[in-house]
Design a protein around this ligand. Structure first.
Ligand SMILES: [Zn+2]
Length: 207
């Protein structure tokens, strides 16, 4: 592409502007990028950089999209499984700490704009952790009256130090435990059925 720069996670850019500039970015990636996506997003999180989009949202959308190719599903299946296990284990830690209040996140269009922390208008429905700025698509812990937003990891850190705050916080989630389990199970079944019945190659025309 002429006059275009492609920026992926693990890449940095430096720009010097000496005047009025108009630019437009288009994000896309090759299939191979998925192999590095998990570690790339982990690095972004550890450096407290806001992610341009949610990896979880991308992977979960790909899982439910019938157009996703079998080889891509094969690549993302272990990542989805790790995300599921990590998500459920963090929720259990919070529950065991005493955080019993929870609520399903309303449909994205209906969310209250006041509590949103976003940097990109296109991602205006996602919560961003006050500490690490992670995009909290699957779940988030909030203290509504103070507009405090934590990812699960930072909610655990906070509530371990200040247990008396438990009564003010609430877990908001996109998928409950049963839905997360079902999503992973369905993906595994889909992959198994594809293995059992691979696509037939087109028949050769007889002469
Ligand atoms: Zn965080």
């Amino acid at each position: 592409m002429v006059n275009s720069f492609l920026v992926f996670p693990r890449a940095f850019t430096s720009t010097i502007c000496c005047g009025y500039t108009v630019s437009e970015s288009v994000y896309f990636a090759h299939q191979q990028w998925l192999a590095n996506a998990e570690s790339a997003f982990k690095e972004i999180r550890e450096s407290c950089e806001p992610a341009v989009f949610s990896l979880e949202r991308l992977l979960f959308s790909m899982t439910s999209d019938n157009r996703t190719q079998p080889e891509v599903l094969q690549m993302i299946h272990p990542v989805i499984e790790r995300i599921r296990q990590n998500e459920l284990s963090l929720r259990k830690v919070l529950y065991d700490l005493g955080l019993k209040s929870s609520e399903r996140l309303p449909h994205s269009d209906a969310r209250d704009g006041k509590r949103r922390r976003t940097r990109n208008p296109d991602e205006a429905d996602d919560y961003e952790c006050d500490v690490c700025r992670a995009n909290c698509y699957l779940s988030v812990v909030v203290r509504p009256e103070q507009e405090v937003v934590y990812c699960l990891n930072h909610a655990i850190q906070h509530l371990q130090k200040k247990k008396r705050d438990l009564k003010y916080f609430k877990l908001l989630y996109t998928y409950d435990q049963a839905e997360l389990n079902e999503l992973s199970l369905k993906l595994a079944e889909k992959l198994n059925s594809q293995k059992r019945s691979p696509k037939k190659s087109p028949k050769k025309k007889s002469i």
